[in-house]
Design a binder for this molecule. Structure first.
Ligand code: FAD
Ligand code: FO1
Length: 454
């Protein structure tokens, strides 16, 4: 099945030539439901050429610790096994990703390089370098979004209310079933040495990584198989109550799918297809799809069209104005990044949310808003607040370093995708949240007791 050409962007003007086709897997780390892999295999089959999947393992990536690297690599080990069974070699490159990928392409007389879409600056830089240096046709496929980011809108959107009609109009074209890869009939005489060829290879690799090990791995089980079992568990047991329970941190009301979605171990399109089918369009299903499709794809839109997605300069005009007016308001409490990191504030609810994140690698979505807004309130400047929130989020959350995170933090601290609210000290017109509002929504003491042992 051909991939919709609107998912595909040519990154240079070199024509596809003879030779193996390589899929440079990065954001979408899965075999099933992967449009980039499908397109790469189509190109290889058309040319009766071998197909190879490579992953370039960066020695450091935006402050990721062993918590995130361990989860990712264990998921990739499963990808390697699934691909080997399809006669598609998986090669793990280590070092500077663009340099290693360009070198691999040249050394293997590759005919075409396919990679997956990612709006983050670091990934654009990698992609641009390879497209310029590798001397091969470079093709990008948006395998992460249901409606491709570049197609959903040609510009940064004000909020969910402006992107929603644009996405909904295109959903019938794109929310389709997804073809799966087939056993590949063409191999090279001397196929590359497969990665993880021994069972303990993955453990040796995880143990050898030169990354920060002070943030321990979590109990969340990595890989496509776990992702699908969690998905089916959510659909069977929670989806029907999602609308009512999703804002209650004491209820198991959210899907918990973000780590697998972040690493691309699970396709959002698969989640949407199965949830829509199970919910039959009821209110709870609709509220879940609003988050999964509209909110998630709005985040990619934000990062793709706003290179200042992790800076105060990326905030909307009205927010920059109100920030300037309230920059010197007196803060009732002031905490350093270290005090925040150690959950050493005066606020039990905030400390409990911080402890949930540090110990489990997750934080309930409703509390993420409260958590970030309090950092704005208790830090001497919005710049410092943004830096602290991103640092802590990306250090401890399994799903960190994601467009959803940059957009979620910019929403909380800078009113991105939100409107101006009634003016107040420190926040100005940025939406305010306090624990009284939380108490109206859920049992705060019960939640705090779960994560604070004192
Ligand atoms: P569910 O409620 O079950 O939703 C299912 C999926 O829909 C999520 O996995 C996610 O992919 C998407 N989604 C849900 N809510 C949002 C949202 N508000 N914005 C964008 N997509 C959404 N999400 C991350 O993936 N990584 C982050 O680092 C991250 N940081 C955040 C920081 C702050 C301050 C805020 C306010 C939000 C952040 N989010 C982040 C967005 C959202 O909170 C999480 O995606 C969600 O809580 C993940 O839990 P879940 O999978 O159970 O979500
Ligand atoms: N992508 C890569 O191509 N190579 C890496 O080594 C890599 C490490 C990594 C570590 C933590 C993390 O959260 C993401 C990581 N990613 C890596 C990127 C990831 O696949 C996503 O592309 C982005 O983080 C989300 O856009």
């Amino acid at each position: 099945m051909a991939v919709d050409p609107r998912r595909i962007s040519l990154l240079n003007n070199i024509l596809v030539s003879a030779g193996p086709v390589v899929y440079w897997m990065s954001r979408d780390q899965r075999v099933a439901d992967n449009w980039a892999l499908t397109h790469a295999q189509n190109l290889a089959l058309e040319r009766q050429a071998p197909l190879i999947v490579v992953f370039a393992l960066a020695p450091a990536f935006l402050g990721a610790t062993i918590r995130q690297y361990g989860f990712m690599l264990r998921g990739l080990a499963q990808v390697a096994q699934r691909l080997e069974r399809l006669n598609i070699p998986f090669v793990l490159l280590q070092g500077d990703p663009p340099a290693e990928v360009s070198r691999f392409v040249r050394q293997n007389a590759v005919g075409a390089l396919v990679t997956d879409f990612d709006p983050l600056r670091i990934k654009r830089t990698w992609r641009d370098k390879v497209a310029a240096d590798a001397g091969v046709a470079c093709i990008e496929v948006d395998a992460h979004n249901i409606v491709p980011c570049r197609i959903a809108s040609p510009k940064p959107e004000f909020g969910a209310y402006t992107i929603r009609p644009k996405i909904n109009r295109l959903l019938p074209d794109f929310l389709t079933d997804i073809p799966q890869p087939v056993p590949h009939p063409y191999t090279r005489d001397n196929p590359p040495q497969p990665a993880f060829d021994k069972v303990d290879a993955i453990e040796l690799l995880v143990d050898s990584l030169p990354v920060d090990r002070s943030v321990p791995e979590t109990a969340v089980s990595p890989g496509e198989a776990s992702a699908h079992s969690y998905l089916h568990d959510f659909i069977t047991n929670c989806l029907s109550r999602y609308g009512d329970l999703r804002n209650d941190p004491n209820a198991n009301g959210q899907s918990g799918l973000s780590p697998w979605l972040h690493f691309g171990q699970l396709s959002a399109q698969r989640v949407a297809l199965e949830s829509a089918r199970a919910s039959g369009g009821n209110a709870s299903g609709a509220s879940f799809l609003e988050e999964l499709i509209i909110r998630r794809e709005l985040s990619d839109n934000f990062c793709w069209y706003n290179l200042n997605y992790d800076r105060v300069e990326g905030f909307p005009e009205w927010s920059l104005k109100t920030i300037a007016q309230h920059r010197h308001d007196r803060r009732e409490y002031l905490y350093s990044a270290e005090q925040f990191e150690n959950a050493a504030t005066h606020d039990r609810l905030w400390n409990a949310a911080q402890m949930e994140m540090v110990s489990s690698g997750r934080m309930h979505g409703y509390l993420r808003m409260y958590w970030a807004k309090k950092i704005l309130e208790w830090t001497e400047s919005p710049e410092a607040a943004l830096e602290t929130a991103i640092y802590l989020n990306d250090r401890y959350q399994l799903d960190g370093r994601d467009p959803n995170g940059y957009a979620g933090i910019a929403w909380s601290i800078g009113g991105v995708h939100d409107r101006a609210w009634g003016e107040r000290p420190v926040f100005g017109k940025i939406r305010y949240m306090n624990d009284k509002g939380c108490r109206r929504k859920f049992d705060v003491d019960r939640y705090a007791g779960m994560w604070l042992f004192s």
